[in-house]
Design a protein around this ligand. Structure first.
Ligand code: GLN
Length: 201
């Protein structure tokens, strides 16, 4: 199985390192030919508006959107979560997403006070202890469709907010496991999300 990390902008190297540590064949992708050749994709953290604009200008946007719609497993962290969401609150003017994930996410949801923070989370499907989650100007998930499962939540401003979700071939986290040195979310993506589809389950 070949996993491409979308390499237009963002923390590509950190995702590659985490995937390679999990034992998969992972490499950066930024051309149509490279994207056609992969079995699964990671969309990194970074800046969702920049990644979408670059995907448009390099003529990759429709290709990526088409592959997501046809069932390619994709994991998006932070900006990657925003790019997978069908709807975005507090989006930049004209901001586009690839979509596919039936959620509404709020960009920069945690606001100035807690712009960036770190916390331990329970992640459904990962049983061997809490996940160290690093949030950097992160979104949260505000609304979910019936086909979406919430895998992790965090309490902020008096409420619990979904910060990890899965819908079939799509996995998204508000936080950045790729910079925590804990590879279990990447392992979950490879072993649970990708395996289901590769084996045709
Ligand atoms: N706030 C950024 C955005 O809207 C995401 C931040 C991140 O990926 N760390 O794209």
């Amino acid at each position: 199985m070949k996993i491409g990390v979308l390499a237009l902008q963002g923390d590509v190297a950190e995702h590659l390192q985490a995937l390679i540590a999990v034992g998969v064949d992972a490499y950066p992708v930024k051309t149509a030919a490279e994207i056609v050749g992969i079995d699964a994709m990671v969309i990194p953290g970074g800046e969702s508006t920049t990644i979408a604009k670059l995907a448009r200008s390099f003529d990759l946007f429709d290709l990526i959107q088409g592959r997501i719609r046809s069932g390619m497993p994709v994991y998006g962290s932070c900006a990657g979560m925003i790019l997978l969401a069908d709807e975005v609150t507090d989006a930049a003017k004209g901001q586009e997403t690839f979509g596919g994930l039936a959620v509404t996410v709020r960009r920069n949801a945690f606001g100035r006070q807690v712009d960036s923070f770190e916390t331990d989370l329970h992640f459904q499907g990962i049983s061997d202890g809490a996940i160290k989650a690093i949030f950097i100007r992160a979104p949260w998930v505000e609304q979910i469709g019936p086909e979406v499962s919430v895998l992790a939540e965090v309490a902020a401003f008096g409420h619990n907010h979904a910060v990890a979700v899965r819908q079939g071939n799509l996995l998204a986290t508000s936080f950045h496991p790729e910079i925590s040195g804990d590879n279990r979310v990447h392992r979950y993506f490879v072993e649970e999300v990708c395996r289901d589809l590769v084996s045709g389950k």
